[in-house]
Design a protein around this ligand. Structure first.
Ligand code: G
Ligand code: G
Ligand code: NA
Ligand code: MN
Length: 257
């Protein structure tokens, strides 16, 4: 309860920050965008990761105003990149289960996108299989509404749910994110290698793009590229970082362009 109360205060006092982890195209390793990952600057504990507070925020309902804040920050980042000519970068944002219930984030998104002058296709919402399956029909409608607005939709942690294939049938998607638990042992576990290869092929057959997460080694990168995976994210390329650091990575690109 203490942490819960502290979290509401944290939102009020501006202690949250969106870190950005670059996503790269595997053919030439250029940065094509980023995933936004929430961090909490706790006055005493220092930097606190989302695994510590997202579950509490979900439980308490704080996730709704916090999720709205995250979306607002994301749209502001995209608008800033556009204004500064940093290229057509995509920004992926995580949605939690609770945000997929009720009215969802549609009203907030409509409000934000109306004023921002950005291409909605540069905003991608990531929803995990488990979040989507808490209320499959509502999630299906939400994803449809998002895509009707031109917003991209990715299924996160693909392969870790109970019936991953049924999500592909149920939901209209743009991209799947191969979970890092499959990527981790690509080199040593022949089963994981086969699963990843088949997942990429399946996604492409369905007209979906693929991003692999948790790429930590050059061998994993090369395997994924050889199997036709177009994008990746992971410590090999970059860790999640403050927006300013991410933008600094882009500067050389902007100058060359
Ligand atoms: O940043 P880190 O790699 O520690 O993220 C851990 C988990 O927290 C990830 O699975 C991610 O989906 C989740 N997460 C990070 N940022 C957000 C956010 O803004 N909203 C929600 N709902 N989940 C987030
Ligand atoms: O939403 P999701 O759980 O997929 O969020 C990504 C999480 O994975 C974040 O906690 C992020 O910090 C973490 N992450 C990103 N890249 C890597 C990586 O290369 N290796 C590992 N172990 N974790 C990573
Ligand atoms: Na994610
Ligand atoms: Mn994931």
């Amino acid at each position: 309860l203490l942490l819960e109360n502290r979290l509401w205060l944290a939102l009020e006092q501006g202690e949250f920050e969106l870190y950005l982890q670059p996503q790269v195209a595997l053919d030439d390793l250029r940065i094509i965008g980023a995933e936004a990952l929430l961090r909490w600057h706790h006055p005493e504990l220092g930097l606190v990761g989302p695994d510590r507070f997202i579950p509490i925020a979900e439980e308490s309902g704080l996730i709704l105003p916090l999720g709205d804040w995250v979306l607002q920050q994301a749209v502001e980042l995209l608008a800033g990149w556009r204004a500064r000519g940093l290229g057509r970068l995509r920004l992926a944002v995580n949605l939690s289960a609770r945000q997929c219930h009720g009215a969802g984030p549609l009203a907030q998104l409509d409000r934000l996108l109306a004023g921002a002058g950005i291409d909605p296709a540069l905003l991608e919402l990531e929803i995990t299989e488990s979040a989507a399956m808490q209320d499959p029909e509502r999630s299906r409608l939400l994803l449809r509404e998002l895509r009707a607005r031109g917003i991209k939709v990715a299924i996160d942690d693909f392969g870790t749910g109970y019936s991953s294939l049924s999500y592909l049938k149920l939901f209209e998607l743009d991209r799947i994110k191969i979970d890092r638990s499959f990527v981790k042992d690509i080199e040593s576990d022949p089963n994981d290698a086969v699963i990843v290869e088949a997942t990429i092929a399946l996604a492409h057959s369905l007209g979906l793009a693929v991003v692999a997460e948790g790429v930590e080694t050059a061998a994993q990168r090369d395997f994924l590229r050889a199997k036709g995976c177009e994008e990746a994210q992971g410590y090999l390329f970059a860790r999640p970082m403050p927006a300013l650091a991410f933008e600094a990575l882009l500067q050389p690109l902007a100058k060359r362009a």
